[in-house]
Design a protein around this ligand. Structure first.
Ligand SMILES: *Cc1c(COP(=O)(O)O)cnc(C)c1O
Length: 224
């Protein structure tokens, strides 16, 4: 399938799900290109995609280099503190801020304010990165000391399951936490965004209020 055809399908699915939710505008679609070539990423650009996501430094820098300048680059994977300096100033949005040591290193290496999502492990699965729901507020308050960090929102990866009511509850819990933080009006943490939803669950995430969905397989495919 062409990226263009996949994108049309995704957009119409998003549209259909928005009308039943209370979120006014369509989420931004981030094309997760970690499984595919630079050529395929360029095809996504030609189809109109402007948000790109990668979870490894090498792939991130290669795609950024190859794509036109008007793209927004999202680093969606966990980042080792010792590698922060290799990539941080090329990142438009970092989706996986989940520990103090990483925040400290970002603050040290960044030459401008970095837009960060705090990653939340809503389900409590041991294999997942992220702070727990209860830790989000104190973690964000702690981040105030780092002048180069702006918390733009919360991010989660839901468990891989077909249990739709369960997925819905995961995304709704993240939205409630986002609303709670936003209500505090912290200068360093406007927290207006919600990065949630992947190939398997983006429609449910959109309905629950996602502002960014991160889609790989369903949009650009997966090369084995
Ligand atoms: C790989 C990845 C995605 C996209 O996964 P698909 O299931 O292929 O859509 C989204 N978010 C993160 C953090 C990822 O690592």
């Amino acid at each position: 399938m062409s990226v263009r055809a996949n994108l049309e399908e995704i957009k119409s699915t998003l549209q259909a799900n928005m009308s039943s939710g209370d979120n006014p505008s369509l989420p931004n679609v981030i094309a997760v290109t970690k499984y595919v070539t630079i050529e395929r990423a360029k095809e996504a650009y030609e189809a109109g995609v402007r948000h790109f996501g990668e979870n490894r430094i090498e792939g991130f820098l290669a795609k950024k280099e190859a794509l036109p300048d008007d793209v927004t680059m999202h680093f969606i994977g966990s980042l080792q503190s010792r590698k922060v300096k290799e990539v941080i100033n090329d990142v438009d949005y970092l989706h996986a801020l989940d520990r103090k040591s990483l925040a400290k290193e970002i603050d040290k290496r960044a030459d401008h304010t970095i837009n960060c999502f705090v990653q939340v492990n809503v389900s409590g699965e041991e294999t997942k990165h992220g702070v727990t729901l209860d830790e989000v507020m104190p973690f964000i308050e702690m981040l105030q000391q780092y002048e180069h960090i702006r918390v733009v929102g919360l991010m989660t990866m839901a468990p891989y399951t077909d249990d739709q009511p369960y997925l819905k509850s995961i995304f709704e819990q993240l939205k409630h936490k986002r609303d709670e933080i936003q209500a505090h009006k912290l200068a360093h943490a406007p927290c207006t965004e919600l990065s949630m939803g992947m190939s398997n669950d983006y429609a449910i995430a959109a309905e629950a209020g996602a502002t960014f969905v991160r889609i790989g397989t369903r949009l650009v495919g997966k090369e084995e």
